[in-house]
Design a protein around this ligand. Structure first.
Ligand SMILES: [Zn+2]
Length: 137
């Protein structure tokens, strides 16, 4: 098993160091602390060949096509909330307003008033896509 520093892994996988850290945080890349390092730096356990293309294509597709607004209960009451991240890491979804839910339900056809204000504010602040096309009004 090949282990590389974050810097070397970033070069090898052709993604930014920031992305490498982000993927480690999300569990998409495995990493461990270097036992020989004083500062406890991370070593990235290099994934199999093809990982990068496969995974990046997947994320791009997901980001582009899937709304981040979701109902947090099956009765579709309360507000729709904005998922902080898309991707396969969302086993327990976290929303921008800080809410978590164990599951999520599609929000297609919700109305503007259904949107959680806190989520909306933060999404706007961060310049995230708002998926206006999902709205019925
Ligand atoms: Zn919210």
């Amino acid at each position: 098993m090949e282990k590389l520093s974050i810097q070397d892994a970033s070069r090898r996988l052709n993604i930014s160091q920031r992305d490498v850290r982000e993927y480690i945080r999300k569990g998409e890349l495995k990493a461990e602390r270097d036992p020989d390092s004083e500062h406890g730096r991370w070593l990235v356990i290099m994934p199999e060949e093809g990982w990068q293309d496969h995974f990046k294509a997947y994320l791009d597709e997901l980001d582009a096509s899937i709304t981040r607004w979701w109902w947090v209960n099956e009765h579709k009451t309360g507000s729709v909330h904005y998922l902080e991240r898309t991707g396969i890491e969302n086993v327990e979804p976290d929303y921008l307003c800080g809410l978590s839910s164990e599951n999520l339900w599609p929000s297609a056809g919700h109305s503007r008033n259904d949107r959680c204000l806190e989520c909306l504010m933060r999404a706007t602040e961060q310049g995230l896509p708002l998926f206006e096309e999902d709205l019925t009004d």
